[in-house]
Design a protein around this ligand. Sequence first.
Ligand code: ZN
Ligand code: ZN
Length: 140
Amino acid sequence: MSKKLTKNQRTILQLIEAKETETSAQNLHFEMQQTGLKIGLATVYRALKLLKVEGKIQERVTPEGESFYSKIGMAEHHHHHLNCVNCGQSYPLDVCPISQKITDWCQTQKFKVYYHTLEFFGLCADCQTQADNSECFNAN
Ligand SMILES: [Zn+2]
Ligand SMILES: [Zn+2]
């Protein structure tokens, strides 16, 4: 089902594949303009959507609703995050808790797996300390 990519889509894919970290649509748009390419932000978003549907890139949406894009990593190159719901900090996990077994099971459901995400939400150490302190403060 792979369609032929347009020049803009290829350029965006190359920019994303050259990066070791995630990037935003705004950042990609900026980089393309820096190299003298005339492209609208809406075109960047459309290209990102198509690349996502084609399984060429992956998208991560933060708790604030911001999207970040990265290449579909080798299993060992992707990250899961611990997200603090109070301060919005994300802490990447070094390990992937999803086993090949689960991915294999998904394939048996006639589902073609491009990638997976797994995010944890809660309070970071700093915010827990703050919450504890304010409880003491209120009690007094
Ligand atoms: Zn926090
Ligand atoms: Zn994983």
